[in-house]
Design a protein around this ligand. Structure first.
Ligand code: MN
Length: 153
């Protein structure tokens, strides 16, 4: 869709993306991409632009841009006909975010939060918790489980 004044809608996305890029070295969004790519490769053996745009609910041009950026930052290698391959750094971040997501979602479910809300909240918070906080949360959950399990047997 493009109007006569010559301002395509993607122009706004362009500006928005450019401003996101300036803020910090690695953004939450970059981490989400790495996590999704990692999951896709794990489950299907490869990650396509279409899959990425579907799972992250973003436009194809945005995906293309972000893949370029992740490539330039050394988190993945992208070649047009070979597809996407995560580097060791990319895999490390993806696994860490995945792990953080699991811990947080599990904690929210543990305190009675509905599955969907638990996942939504984890999706945002996973990028921001200090690793020490996360470790404490894990310890706490393990302690809670240990308390519960004798009653179950
Ligand atoms: Mn996230």
């Amino acid at each position: 869709m493009k109007n006569e004044s010559g301002v395509p809608n993607s122009r706004l996305e362009f500006i928005r993306d450019a401003n996101v890029t300036k803020k910090e070295e690695r953004t939450d969004r970059m981490e989400d991409y790495l996590e999704v790519i990692y999951e896709l490769i794990k489950q299907k053996g490869y990650a396509t632009m279409i899959d990425i745009s579907n799972y992250l609910n973003v436009s194809s041009p945005s995906v293309t841009k972000m893949i370029q950026r992740l490539d330039e930052s050394g988190y993945l290698d992208y070649e047009k006909y070979r597809g996407i391959r995560l580097t060791d750094d990319g895999i490390k971040i993806a696994k860490s975010i995945h792990n953080r997501h699991e811990i947080l979602a599990q904690f929210f479910r543990m305190i009675g939060v509905d599955e969907e809300i638990a996942n939504n909240d984890a999706e945002g918070i996973e990028h921001h918790l200090h690793h020490e906080t996360l470790k404490k949360l894990e310890d706490f959950m393990t302690a809670m489980k240990d308390k519960r399990s004798p009653n179950k047997d």
